[in-house]
Design a protein around this ligand. Structure first.
Ligand code: ACO
Length: 172
């Protein structure tokens, strides 16, 4: 098996859009109304929004390939690109999404390790993320990777207010 992680640029917008929509749909469509899903997908993954995110120097997006096939992606945010004001010593994992058929092959852990490398290079003290309280699979993954719950915040899925757990890992 070969695994490669490659940083995205603005030229990757269309592929990023496709994998973002596919993985978000697969993860959440069974627990959310079609209307709320549609509203979220259009807001979060429209071309203008993704181009803005790809152009932001305080964010980095990576694709992960498993045996040359695109299997998932990672988005990390630093400084003012973070979704909450966590300060310059923190780094946010905004998204780790692995396509269904590649889950449980260790790829999430590869992306987490990539995040740790970035955090170390940039002397960050903490890595944090927000994860939907009902996303038990991801919560179990992050706990296994050493994250602990440190708070909660609101998140809007369409017109429904949902609770995200904030989970944090302190860099040693
Ligand atoms: C901030 C956010 O992005 S929140 C949203 C997170 N993303 C999603 O929910 C999208 C759908 N899910 C996924 O993309 C993936 O399942 C992820 C990212 C949650 C996990 O990635 P995977 O590639 O499936 O996990 P991976 O195989 O790397 O597992 C790493 C370790 O976590 C453990 N693990 C993974 N999932 C679980 C689980 N549900 N329960 C317990 N342990 C788990 C594995 O056993 C493995 O342990 P090991 O290191 O002892 O071998």
């Amino acid at each position: 098996m070969t695994v490669k992680i490659i940083k995205c640029s603005r030229e990757d917008l269309q592929i990023l859009q496709e994998i973002s929509i596919e993985t978000f749909n697969d993860t959440f469509k069974d627990q959310n109304s079609p209307k709320n899903m549609q509203t979220y997908l259009e807001r979060a993954f429209n071309s203008k929004q993704l181009d803005k995110e790809l152009s932001n120097v305080s964010s980095e997006i990576f694709f992960i390939y498993f045996n040359e096939e695109l299997a998932g992606y990672l988005k990390v945010n630093m400084n003012e690109a973070q979704s909450e004001k966590m300060g310059d010593e923190s780094l946010e994992i905004e998204r780790i999404y692995i396509k269904n058929k590649y889950q449980k092959h260790g790829l999430g852990k590869y992306l987490l390790n990539k995040t740790m490398e970035i955090a170390m290079e940039q002397n960050k003290k903490k890595i944090w993320l927000g994860v939907w309280e009902k996303n038990e699979n991801a919560i179990a993954f992050y706990k296994k990777m050493g994250f602990v719950q440190t708070g909660a915040h609101s998140f809007y899925m369409g017109d429904e207010e949902q609770i995200d757990f904030i989970m944090t890992k302190t860099m040693i």
